[in-house]
Design a protein around this ligand. Structure first.
Ligand SMILES: CC(C)(COP(=O)(O)OP(=O)(O)OC[C@H]1O[C@@H](n2cnc3c(N)ncnc32)[C@H](O)[C@@H]1OP(=O)(O)O)[C@@H](O)C(=O)NCCC(=O)NCCS
Length: 397
C-alpha cells in the first residue's frame, strides 16, 4: 500500500473517532491507534483484504472496510467458508451517501470470489447506523449476542491458591485439546494450529488441582477429571487504545487511586487502570472448564492471565468474549461498567453454493424422492444455535 494512502486511511480513522465524540472534554471515548498499519486487524488471516472508497476529482479516501475469509464451524462439526467483515468507516463529512453500503457490497463480491458461503460482522448493540446499514440495506440477520467481559489491570498482582497448578500446554497438544472441546461449537476456526503457534499467542494454559497432577498423563487421557483451559492473545502488538476526553477532576481521582494501589499493593485496591496513555489489551480465548473444581480452576487461570498483563506494564485490560449461555461466563472476573453485555453479531448467507452442490449430489447419486430432504441445505442464518458455546477467534477481536 502507498505511504500516502496509509496516512489517508489513518487520518480517516481519526476523523471517525472524533466524529464520535473522542477527545472532546467531558465526553470520554476510546481511541484506537492502528500503529501505522491500516490492515493490522486482518493481517493475521491468510486471506484478507482492505477496500477504500475514493471521492471526487482529488480521489480523496472517504471510506474503508476490511474483510477476511476463513473456515470455521457452524456447530455439529460442520465447517463452512466464512467471511468476517470489520473496520467499516466512512468519513463524517460523507455519510448517508451510500458509501458504506457500497463498500460492504463490493467486499461481499470479493468474499464470494474467495468461496465464502456466509459473511458475519460484529457491532455494539447501540450502534444504530451500523446495525441499520447491515440489516436494512445489506440483508444481514441479527444472529448471536456474546458478552464481552473486561477486567481492568490494577497496579497490584493477585494471588493464585497454592493447591492449584497452572501448566503451559504446547501448541500441538493444545490443538488436539481444542479440536475435541470446540468441534461442536460455532465459529471454531479450522486453522486453530496457526493461531496457537502465532507470535501473538502468549500461550495456552491448563489449571489442575495440584494433587491430581501426578495422576494425569495427556498421552493416556487427554484431559484430567477437573481442569480449566484458556489461551492468551496479545492484541498490544496489533493496536493500542487510549481513553481521551476525561475531565481533569475524574483524571486526578483515577490517577490517585492508582498511585495508592502502587504504594500499598497488599491492600489490593481496585484502582483505575492506566488507560489515559496508550495501552494494550490481552484477550483470553478458548476458555473451557470441566469437573467439580472447574469454576475455581477457571478463576485461577483468569488471575494468571491478569498477572501476565500486569507484569507486561503496557496493558490496561484483560478481555474475554463468550456466549451468554457458556458455563465459563460465571468464572470470568470483570467490571460490569467496562463490559459489553451484548456484542451484536449479524450474519448473511452469501451464496447458493450449498444448494447447488447438494442438488447435484441428489440428481447423480439418488433415486428416492425423500433423499432430497435429507440433503436439504440448512441455512445457518436462521438456525438456533446447536451449542451454547461460541469460539471467539482472537484475530476477530
Ligand atoms: C456506519 C457507517 C459506516 C455508515 O456509513 P454511510 O456511508 O453513512 O452509510 P450509507 O450511506 O450507506 O447508509 C446506509 C444505511 O445505513 C443506515 N444509517 C446510516 N447512518 C445512519 C444514522 N446515522 N442513523 C440511522 N441509520 C443510519 C440507514 O439505514 C442508511 O440508509 P438510508 O440512508 O437510505 O436511510 C458510518 O456511520 C460510520 O463510519 N460510522 C462510524 C464507524 C462505525 O460505527 N462503523 C461500523 C462498525 S461495524
Amino acid at each position: 500500500m502507498h505511504k500516502k494512502d496509509k496516512v489517508a486511511v489513518e487520518e480517516l480513522e481519526r476523523r471517525c473517532e472524533l466524529g464520535g465524540g473522542g477527545g472532546r472534554r467531558g465526553k470520554p471515548s476510546l481511541v484506537t491507534d492502528l500503529m501505522g498499519d491500516p490492515i493490522c486487524r486482518v493481517r493475521h488471516f491468510p486471506t484478507h483484504i482492505m477496500l477504500v472508497a475514493e471521492y471526487g476529482e482529488e480521489n480523496e479516501i472517504v471510506g474503508v472496510v476490511r474483510g477476511c475469509v476463513k473456515n470455521a464451524t457452524t456447530g455439529n462439526s460442520l465447517y463452512v467458508k466464512l467471511a468476517y467483515i470489520l473496520g467499516l468507516r466512512v468519513s463524517p463529512t460523507h455519510r448517508r451517501l451510500g458509501i458504506g453500503t457500497k463498500l460492504v457490497e463490493r467486499l461481499e463480491e470479493w468474499c464470494k470470489e474467495k468461496g465464502a458461503e456466509y459473511a458475519y460482522m460484529a457491532t455494539d448493540c447501540t450502534n444504530e447506523p451500523s446495525i441499520n446499514l447491515f440489516t436494512k440495506k445489506c440483508d444481514y440477520t441479527k444472529f448471536r449476542t456474546p458478552t464481552m467481559l473486561v477486567q481492568p489491570v490494577h497496579a497490584h498482582s493477585k494471588p493464585i491458591p497454592s493447591d492449584i497448578a497452572i501448566i503451559r500446554v504446547q501448541p500441538k497438544l493444545a490443538t488436539s485439546m481444542y479440536g475435541q472441546i470446540f468441534a461442536n461449537s460455532e465459529f471454531f476456526p479450522k486453522d486453530i494450529d496457526a493461531i496457537l503457534t502465532s507470535k501473538l499467542n502468549l500461550g495456552t494454559f491448563i489449571a489442575v488441582p495440584r494433587n491430581s497432577l501426578s495422576k494425569w498423563d495427556p498421552r493416556k487421557t487427554l484431559f484430567p477429571p477437573s481442569f480449566g483451559l484458556l489461551s492468551v492473545w496479545n492484541t498490544k502488538e496489533v493496536f493500542k487504545l487510549q481513553l481521551k476526553g476525561v475531565s481533569t477532576l475524574k483524571y486526578a481521582c483515577c490517577e490517585g487511586s492508582r498511585v495508592l494501589d502502587a504504594w500499598m499493593p497488599w491492600l489490593r485496591l481496585p484502582s483505575f487502570p492506566d488507560v489515559f496513555r496508550q495501552f494494550g489489551v490481552y484477550f483470553m480465548y478458548g476458555l473451557h472448564m470441566e469437573g467439580k473444581q472447574g469454576v475455581r480452576l477457571m478463576r485461577s487461570l483468569c488471575t494468571f492471565a491478569y498477572n501476565m498483563a500486569r507484569d507486561d506494564g503496557g496493558c490496561g485490560a484483560v478481555v474475554a468474549e463468550v456466549s451468554q449461555r457458556d458455563p465459563v461466563r460465571v468464572a470470568i472476573p470483570h467490571w460490569r461498567k467496562f463490559s459489553l453485555a451484548e456484542d451484536l453479531w449479524c450474519i448473511k448467507k452469501l451464496s447458493k453454493l450449498h444448494e447447488t452442490k447438494e442438488k447435484e449430489t441428489v440428481t447423480t447419486t439418488t433415486t428416492t424422492l425423500n433423499v432430497g430432504e435429507r440433503f436439504e441445505p440448512s441455512d445457518w442464518t436462521n438456525a438456533r444455535s446447536s451449542s451454547p458455546v461460541i469460539f471467539v477467534d482472537p484475530r476477530d477481536f
